[in-house]
Write a protein that binds this ligand. Structure first.
Ligand code: HEM
Length: 469
């Protein structure tokens, strides 16, 4: 037990003067909160609670610097997830993943995973009902391979789902072990990983010859001005210091001095400006929004609906059809598909142009329609008429695992993409179709999960229709 003794061997000296001692005498779950209350900025979240009034923050605390930090942390995480998704879409639609940038695309995917991981682990730290039940959902998703091993009677001897849950939580249930695990991941492991991956990402941008440009960029820009800075050497001798990871002695683009400007001051000031605008937007939003705490996490009082963090609500919608396919199967297929894109699309036309490649904007527009319509039809059928379990109560679970609205949607998108490859004789066209469809499906399902699902994950047009307890 940690409460009142030591945290990672650091002893009780870390306890805040105002931390809630009463928690010490409560359940092991509550000790989790106590651990959080011992450490720095995130910890201010826990410090907002008043022991005497059922752990609700009072008005004075709602205005405390800790509460402001909590709001900013929450907003910054939302902004970061949205920004990374938008950035990935920009890179994809300009064909910037193509040779020589395949490696950086893969680093980008790792950055995406770390970003989602940071947000997910941060979600538990307020240790309120919302956090507790959202992470419980996440843990159930991690355990979802049991849907298959149970159906095959294998769980006793082979239980990857149970192992994943254990790895995530350090226990069978969300409790003090999970909290410390998430805390260390959130403030130490993932930020470190992020910094390392970002260093490689930025170095690699330079190594790849800067950002992607259309092949005729130089012709469009005209002759270089006389004071052009000689960025690229004609006879490179220098290696780039991380060249141990990627072979070659110089930039991968192989062009000489050209229409380029030095990154200092041009790029530097632009990036500094964006940094300041981002901070300003987060601070401005923090003034008008709130990050209210719910009741203290209580394993005995389930939240209904218990919803995962917003960017997982599309997945949660799929999980409601099949835990395994929604939580593991389809996300793995998407991730592997994203990783393979640069190696399947070896074309060159349209690189560096928005929606470049065969089909152009028209193809993207058609794919948006297909992506949204398919998601709408599949969801409407499932919500209005139910699914196989309602029609054939005795149907084996394994059939539903592989034939459900989520897998059908994925198959429709896949078939559409294959059709595009044949129609345009182009892997890029297929990739654009598939990426766009999955993006639309993700947005559509996220909207359904966020606004149209209520208690027991039933469909409601509005929260005002939810049954009153
Ligand atoms: C924490 C997340 C990330 C950060 C902070 C980040 C940052 C950046 C920045 C600043 C650039 C140069 C400017 C720009 O293109 O906007 C860049 C380029 C690039 N990023 Fe990311 N990135 C992240 C995630 C990703 C993801 C998720 C992917 C794709 C899966 C990705 C793939 C790329 C590629 C291929 C380039 C080179 C683009 C080009 O040459 O035009 N990045 N990244």
């Amino acid at each position: 037990m940690w409460g009142g003794t030591s945290w990672m061997g650091l002893g009780p000296g870390l306890q805040r003067p105002g931390a809630d001692r009463r928690d010490d005498r409560e359940t092991g779950q509550h000790h989790g909160e106590y651990v959080v209350a011992r450490v720095d900025v995130e910890v201010e979240l826990a410090a907002q609670r008043q022991p005497a009034d059922g752990h609700r923050a009072d008005q004075a605390e709602q205005q405390s610097p800790g509460h402001a930090a909590a709001i900013i942390a929450r907003l910054a995480m939302i902004v970061m997830v949205v920004a990374v998704l938008l950035h990935m879409a920009r890179v994809f639609y300009t064909g910037a993943y193509r040779k020589p940038r395949e490696f950086n695309w893969l680093i980008g995917l790792a950055l995406l995973a770390v970003t989602l991981g940071l947000s997910f682990t941060g979600y538990l730290l307020p240790w309120d009902q919302l956090a507790y039940w959202a992470i419980t959902i996440g843990a159930n998703i991690a355990q979802s391979p049991r849907e298959v091993t149970d159906a095959l009677n294998l769980t006793e001897s082979f239980d990857p789902g149970g192992l994943q849950r254990q790895l995530l939580l350090g226990s069978d249930v969300v409790g003090a072990e999970a909290l410390i695990r998430f805390y260390v991941l959130h403030v130490v492991v993932l930020p470190l990983l992020l910094v390392i991956l970002l260093a490689v990402h930025f170095w690699r941008i330079r190594k790849d010859g800067g950002l992607v440009r259309p092949v005729d960029a130089d012709a469009r820009l005209g002759p270089p001005p006389p004071d052009t800075y000689p960025v690229f050497s004609e006879a490179p001798t220098r290696t780039y210091h991380l060249a141990a990871i990627v072979r070659g002695r110089t930039e991968a683009v192989g062009c000489g001095p050209e229409n380029t400007v030095p990154s200092m001051p041009h790029l530097f000031y632009a990036e500094l400006g964006i940094l300041m605008v981002t901070i300003f937007v987060c601070l401005a939003l923090a003034i008008v929004s709130d990050a209210p705490l719910k009741e203290l996490a209580n394993p005995n009082v389930p939240e209904s609906p218990a919803k995962a963090p917003w960017y997982f609500l599309g997945l949660q919608e799929l999980v409601s059809f099949s835990a395994f396919m929604g939580g593991i199967g389809i996300p793995s297929i998407v991730l592997i598909g994203l990783g393979l894109i640069p190696f399947l699309d070896r074309e060159e036309s349209g690189t560096g142009l928005w929606f470049g490649g065969p089909g152009g904007r028209g193809l993207v527009f058609k794919s948006v329609l297909v992506g949204l319509m398919a998601a709408l039809v599949v969801e409407a059928v499932a919500i209005r008429f139910g699914w196989l379990r309602e029609w054939f109560p005795d149907i084996p679970q394994l059939v539903i695992t592989f034939v459900n609205p989520g897998t059908i949607l994925a198959v429709v998108y896949g078939l559409y993409s294959i059709w595009l490859v044949r129609r345009y004789r182009s892997a890029r066209a297929g990739a654009v179709g598939l990426f766009t469809c999955f993006l639309c499906g993700f947005v559509f399902l996220t909207i359904i999960g966020t606004w149209f699902r209520g208690p027991n994950w039933m469909f409601y047009w509005s929260p005002s229709e939810w049954p009153k307890h």
